[in-house]
Design a protein around this ligand. Structure first.
Ligand code: FE
Ligand code: FE
Ligand code: ZN
Length: 276
């Protein structure tokens, strides 16, 4: 099964979001758990959540990807910022129990000058504080572009975090094509080699989702500016290889390209065509 979708807004409700996904040919979707810049979270309506789950089951959707607000930073040098991140992540995991069996992706964070080692250990501490054996969600670390003091630009950094999490069976990784290229992994010329490296360092069994984004910048630029599919340095042929790569089959693939709904519908159709 080819699970393809895009980032959508849950502001009109979860079921409405699922119906929008259906209307553009999607078979998965991603959404922010709350305002991406702020902290406000609308309480989840259990009936609405159940209705979305029913719609996904009835239409053979793949796992959904919830995305944490990108402003939280579990490894900031500021203690209040870290506490806020931990509180937000914990609250989101409680909310995700209304959508059991899905994925929750977050940016590991920026060490803000403390160094990689300190950053990695603070991120692992946060995860160890919030993960419980009962949760039915898999928490994903996203591969990052390595912008500024971001942690997670190198596969080794993600592996190091995973190694320090006690309940590591609750953890996985989301690979973002724009981010890995920006971080210096050449998926245009050697997708195979990059995925082999991912397997060697992290293990492909940890890979649970893919963000399909072209990049406005060349490999290694560390900029993190997404482009529409075929309009950046990765190019359409790279995405043909991505959607057909044996190691990525069956994973939910989510577009986070600069698009309105119609643009997403076109990109979903394009990727389905590339998938063949
Ligand atoms: Fe992200
Ligand atoms: Fe992403
Ligand atoms: Zn990005």
């Amino acid at each position: 099964m080819f699970y393809i979708g895009c980032h959508l807004s849950p502001s009109a409700g979860l079921l409405a979001m699922g119906q929008t996904a259906l209307s553009i040919g999607a078979t998965t979707m991603q959404f922010f758990t709350r305002n991406p810049r702020g902290s406000k979270a609308k309480p989840i309506d259990p009936d609405d959540a159940a209705a979305l789950m029913d719609l996904c089951r009835a239409n053979g959707f793949g796992p959904l990807v919830a995305h944490a607000p990108y402003t939280i930073n579990p490894c900031s040098k500021d203690e209040h910022t870290r506490e806020f991140a931990q509180m937000t992540l914990a609250d989101d995991l409680r909310r995700m129990e209304y959508l059991p069996g899905n994925l929750y992706n977050f940016h590991p964070g920026s060490h803000t000058g403390q160094g990689l080692e300190a950053g990695i250990s603070l991120i692992a501490d946060t995860l160890n504080a919030i993960l419980t054996p009962e949760i039915r969600t898999t928490v994903l670390l996203e591969t990052m572009a390595g912008k500024g003091t971001e942690v997670g630009g190198r596969f080794e950094e993600l592996r190091e975090i995973l190694d320090r999490v006690a309940l590591s069976d609750k953890m996985g990784v989301c690979l973002d094509t724009c981010h890995v290229s920006d971080a210096g992994y050449d998926i245009v010329h050697d997708l195979d080699g990059v995925l082999t490296e991912f397997d060697k360092v992290i293990g492909l069994h940890r890979l649970k989702a893919v963000h399909v984004n072209d990049s406005l910048n060349p490999c290694g630029a560390r900029k993190d500016r997404h482009a529409r599919i075929g309009e950046g340095f990765l190019g359409t042929e790279t995405f043909r290889r991505v959607v057909n790569h044996p190691a990525l089959q069956g994973l939910p693939m989510v577009l986070e390209t600069p698009n309105e709904l119609e643009g997403y519908a076109r990109e979903i159709a394009l990727l389905k065509e590339l998938h063949g």
